[in-house]
Write a protein that binds this ligand. Sequence first.
Ligand code: HEM
Length: 526
Amino acid sequence: MTHAPSPGPGAGDRPTLTNRQGHPVHDNQNQRTVGPRGPATLENYQFLEKISHFDRERIPERVVHARGATAFGYFESYGAWGEEPIERYTRARLFSGRGKRTEIALRFSTVIGGRDSAETARDPRGFAVKFYTEDGNWDLVGNNLAVFFIRDAIKFPDVIHALKPDPVTFRQEPNRIFDFMSQTPESMHMLVNLFSPRGIPADYRHMQGFGVNTYKWVNERGETHLVKYTWMPKAGVRSMTEADAAAIQAEELGHATRDLREAIDRGDFPEWELLVQMMSDDEHPELDFDPLDDTKTWPEQDFPPRPVGRIVLDRNVRDNFAENEQIAFGTGVLVDGLDFSDDKMLVGRTFSYSDTQRHRVGPNYLQLPVNQARAARVRTNQRDGQMTYYVDEGGENPHVNYEPSITGGLYEDGGPGHDEQGPLLSGRLTRARIPRTNDYLQAGQRYCLMEPWERDDLVHNFVSQLGRCDRPIQRRMVWHLLLVDDDLGLRVGDGLGIGPEDVSDLEPLPNQRLTDEDRARLARLG
Ligand code: HEM
């Protein structure tokens, strides 16, 4: 039953509230009852629709990166490196031509806390960019720290379980975190970053972003290069100590989301430059690390980061749920000219993202406006499923939702495909670590590059967290840190009352591979 809308008392010419069926709401203060004191009636559609929609307001939060903030803007390509066109290396059209613009969405996040948790946490920050290109969407899903804890996707649930709250006490426990890390030597490089001031960025506008994993660029001739991506903030990089973070956290939990929103609102549009490091697409036996290992960075003197464009964020979300909670990124979302590498994390990530999004948002998550390929035409024969929002524009004959057909419908492109340009693969199916693990060298180099106050902060943070761990975990961590860098290991050990002589009896972990330099260091300990 509907009635003509009538403005309520004092409403003036404000729009009339309706329910989802478009019926005007005459009374939003009182449910329908038999007499003023009830009982209520069940045929009260307006009330039931309101409450039952409310009951379903939450969708599962992201299993990681639950707290985040999204903003929109554009990517502008530089088109060339000096005289050299970028097209020489990638045929991805968003990079072609100086000044070419592509709409983007960018979601920043913390990793471990829930949807309403503090943004002052010591935690990596997500830096996920969706490019709405003319060839469909490209997602570059990165973090603010250049490396990661692990190099094989099979360990991701373990590292996240260790970092998340204890399943019994529901508290984040240093003992659980360092229990796992102390058995995972490849995590040392990430830990040296995470427990330094970089582990608490001042806010989202003053942090870098990194693709972390290794990808490929493919040019018109099918030639491939390995690439790594870096985002550099025009505003500079700023970090916080634990004391800074504690002071902010006493006041508010969402300072970084607020900072981003306010900056965009006042027209101070945040900007980052995108840089690309590149190397030939092979195993690079001359390097002391594997280019497909995401616990390593590529030395800048050998592989100089070259700027390819910039992004500007100039619009805030209109609705947090629609555009921040439901946005969905994935490492499998690539366009022609950009490709995967065999990085063992990347392949696992590529399965995981769309898998979780079909569960978290629903099987038709790609129909939502924020996830649609805005600048490219989408026409599929996919049909139905929960919350189907529209029917893809098919061919001329709407009865044909299959392919091939001689009566209409969609038809495959039929143009030259690029799949045949893929690499020739051969090898025994196996479960094995990569040969060049080299877990400590870059972690030590990173420590040496830090300013004195950053080192002090790192040592302080390690000591305070490890101080809450069991003795065997402390000893193993000191053993690792001595292998990372003498000074770091000695200082952290000092803070915990553990000298090199207290750990000299520890053997390398099972299946751990040490370099000659590692062995020499161990011998010095003994
Ligand atoms: C979010 C899995 C490693 C960056 C997520 C989500 C999953 C996931 C399931 C939630 C996605 C959603 O609900 O929409 C994995 C797996 C990994 C891995 C299995 C390792 C094998 C990494 C690494 C990085 C990263 C190395 C950084 C380069 C992100 C970011 C998000 C995210 C930024 C949040 C995206 C957003 O804002 O919606 N990851 N992840 N992840 N992951 Fe990973």
